[in-house]
Ligand binder design. Structure first.
Ligand code: ADP
Ligand code: MG
Length: 288
């Protein structure tokens, strides 16, 4: 529907020289890219059009979403430039050199609670902003949360709006297409009863759990079992040795995000007022 991409001459990609691969997903490879005239480094998401036959709308949607929201908030990866060739689509983002939250969690084992609260507060504020723009991210997970620099206290950035949709308020509960990554997906997605903004709050609960202990709550042997566990809300703060130093307030925060009924699940704004985030002072100023 949104076919607003202007056809660009094939010489445009020559403005950038691509380098090492930073990451890859289902439809895209992300490479480091230098803008030749400025020498500045970016992250270039290269999407092969052939791989996504019939799904071009997903990408055009991603561009529209990113254009709309990325420049307006400090913790969202900014879309700097984009162009198309016959075979590929190129999205040029500001480069985040600090890697994925996923890798930091794996390296640390888990986060200290106060550090976890700082990160979750910053991400939730960005999620609140996205929701205020009428957008649901729908694929929040540690692989899509990047650090701007390698510094320990680097800004955390939300990336990868590939599965999000621009949506109007009244349509929020009507979208029933299955998408996302099983471990972070909300029960209502499997039940096909709609998935609006509450799916992002659920995913934040799973991410918080992961930050606090180093593993995900619904991890099971098969995808079927994982899905059943999610629908039943079947998870525990176990084994004890991983949770004995975690406060009840933090556990209550996770439990509240993981409210099975999406109509009873608090909003991003409400979660920001939860005692766990409201009581701990941020260690550094994260936004304006
Ligand atoms: P996909 O839709 O394929 O998951 P993503 O946008 O999530 O694509 O990018 C895939 C991976 O590439 C990310 O998980 C991350 O490791 C890396 N990446 C994406 N954007 C950037 C960026 N702006 N800076 C640095 N690395 C990035
Ligand atoms: Mg991704």
């Amino acid at each position: 529907v949104t076919d607003k991409i202007m056809p660009q001459p094939a010489t445009v990609p020559c403005q950038y020289r691509t380098g090492k691969t930073l990451g890859s997903g289902t439809y895209a490879i992300v490479k480091e890219a230098v803008q030749i005239k400025t020498g500045k480094y970016y992250a270039c998401k290269v999407i092969n059009k052939k791989l996504m036959e019939g799904r071009e709308y997903m990408v055009r949607n991603e561009i529209a979403v990113l254009k709309r929201v990325s420049k307006g908030y400090p913790n969202i990866v900014t879309l700097h430039d984009y162009f198309e060739t016959a075979h590929n689509l190129y999205l040029v983002f500001d480069l985040c050199t600090g890697g994925e939250l996923f890798d930091r969690i794996c390296a640390k084992g888990n986060y200290y609670e106060a550090d976890a609260a700082d990160l979750i507060r910053t991400i939730f504020k960005a999620v609140k902003y996205i929701h205020e723009c009428g957008i649901v991210h729908r694929d929040l997970k540690p692989e899509n949360l990047l650090f701007r620099t390698k510094k320990e206290d680097a800004d955390i950035m939300i990336a990868d709006f590939g599965l999000s949709r621009m949506m109007e308020e009244e349509k929020l509960q009507m979208l029933t297409e299955i998408c996302g990554t099983p471990g972070y997906m909300a029960p209502e997605i499997f039940k096909k009863t709609g998935h609006g903004k509450p799916v992002d709050v659920w995913a934040m609960g799973v991410i918080t759990y992961f930050l606090l202990c180093g593993y995900t709550p619904f991890d099971r042997d098969t995808q079927q079992q994982e899905m059943e566990a999610i629908i039943a809300g079947d998870y525990k703060f176990e084994p004890e040795e991983y949770w004995e130093n975690v406060t009840d307030t933090a556990k209550d925060f996770v439990r509240t995000c993981l409210t099975i009924d999406p109509t009873k699940r608090p909003t991003a704004e409400e979660m920001l007022n939860h005692k766990w985030l409201a009581d701990t002072q941020p260690h550094y100023v994260e936004d304006k």
